[in-house]
Design a binder for this molecule. Structure first.
Ligand SMILES: [Zn+2]
Length: 222
């Protein structure tokens, strides 16, 4: 079973995608929309005169029967491998699989892997996932210490040691938000995320204070 942190991350990820979907109906397909398109496509009478909407759907999509399940794929020519449309709700797991399969690969590696099979996994979604991967964040932070022994930091209690990171999201800002502040409890890996408009000390301090009031202040803050 996924640990609570994983669930938090998935929930955060889904929220972010839903926010984007609400702003701009894009290639993302929430389950409801996905099922609706399949229902429309299967109800379309191919011999009758089609509405412009039906033309649009038939040009873009195809329904693939996999056992008892109907799947939405990109309209293809005969003998072409199916390229699947993913439901928004499944996107996290799909990206996660590709991320692990590529050995915590970067965005380009993942894009390459995912476009082989999926039609609507956005670069944006991949970047969000990548920014949330704790393993990747840890790797990025790790200094190159060739030849020296790294002594692990031992922490006994929740709240005794925490760290704060700020992730640069300037290339895909949301409104005024350009940064994500990640507050991590060292022992439990309990993590709090906050959107930031800037890296100004006052703004960071404001959020830190808020987190301290919620969880208590740590003895050591990195
Ligand atoms: Zn990773």
């Amino acid at each position: 079973m996924a640990n609570p942190t994983e669930c938090d991350l998935e929930a955060f990820f889904r929220e972010e995608l839903l926010k984007r979907y609400a702003l701009k109906k894009s290639v993302l397909l929430p389950k409801e929309q996905y099922d609706k398109i399949i229902a429309e496509l299967t109800a379309t009478d191919t011999s009758a005169k089609k509405t412009p909407h039906e033309y649009y759907l038939l040009k873009k999509y195809e329904v693939l029967k996999c056992g008892d399940v109907l799947k939405l794929i990109r309209r293809r020519n005969a003998n072409e491998e199916p390229i699947y449309f993913a439901k928004l709700e499944d996107t996290y797991d799909i990206i996660k699989r590709a991320h692990i399969a590529t050995g915590h690969g970067g965005r380009d590696k993942m894009v390459k892997e995912l476009t082989k099979k999926y039609a609507n996994i956005t670069h944006d979604a991949i970047s969000i996932y990548k920014s949330l991967c704790i393993e990747c964040q840890r790797k990025r932070k790790r200094p190159t210490t060739k030849g020296t022994v790294v002594r692990p930091i031992l922490t006994k209690n929740f709240g005794s040691r925490s760290q704060v990171d700020i992730i640069d999201m300037q290339s895909m800002k949301q409104g005024n938000y350009k940064w994500i502040m990640v507050y991590l409890d060292h022992l439990t890996k309990f993590c709090v995320l906050r959107p930031l408009t800037s890296k100004r000390a006052a703004e960071v301090a404001y959020h830190l204070l808020n987190i301290f009031l919620l969880l208590g202040a740590p003895e050591i803050l990195e």
